[in-house]
Design a protein around this ligand. Structure first.
Ligand SMILES: [Zn+2]
Length: 140
């Protein structure tokens, strides 16, 4: 990844409320630094500029990789992945009642969850532990 200037990185972290734009994993609960990701991957011509950068956890970022779209199993349509800079999380996702799973409310939400494996074993195990601490999910 191209080197991102510290002030730009801080601006992105602030805008992203210091949490993953996809699964909302908060920095304070992660044992590593959340990553600055390219919304449009560099491989697809995405530039290293503020408008194309957001914050993501390693799980989401590594599963997203070079993808820009995915199939929604319900409608069987190919849709663009969720864009945390342009779209509103709560319009596309919600947490299950026990706060361990993320549920897709739209084709975009469902396709993104599946593509980024947002409900894999590691993610749901962590959420289930965090749910008991009252620190997750974020209230805002
Ligand atoms: Zn994530």
């Amino acid at each position: 990844m191209a080197k991102i200037k510290k002030d730009l990185e801080e601006k992105i972290r602030r805008a992203a409320k210091n949490r993953c734009g996809y699964c909302l994993n908060p920095q304070e609960l992660m044992p590593y630094k959340l990553e600055i990701e390219h919304l449009v991957p560099k491989a697809s011509g995405g530039e290293t500029v503020e408008e194309n950068l957001w914050l993501a956890c390693r799980e989401c970022n590594s599963h997203k990789a070079k993808k820009v779209e995915a199939i929604d199993n319900l409608t069987e349509k190919t849709v663009k992945l969720f864009n945390p800079r342009r779209q509103i999380w709560s319009e596309h996702f919600e947490f299950s009642q026990d706060n361990t799973e993320i549920i897709g409310k739209t084709a975009c939400g469902r396709a993104t969850i599946k593509s980024l494996q947002m409900n894999n074993f590691y993610q749901t195990t962590a959420r289930s532990a965090w749910a008991e601490t009252n620190k997750f999910p974020p209230k805002d």
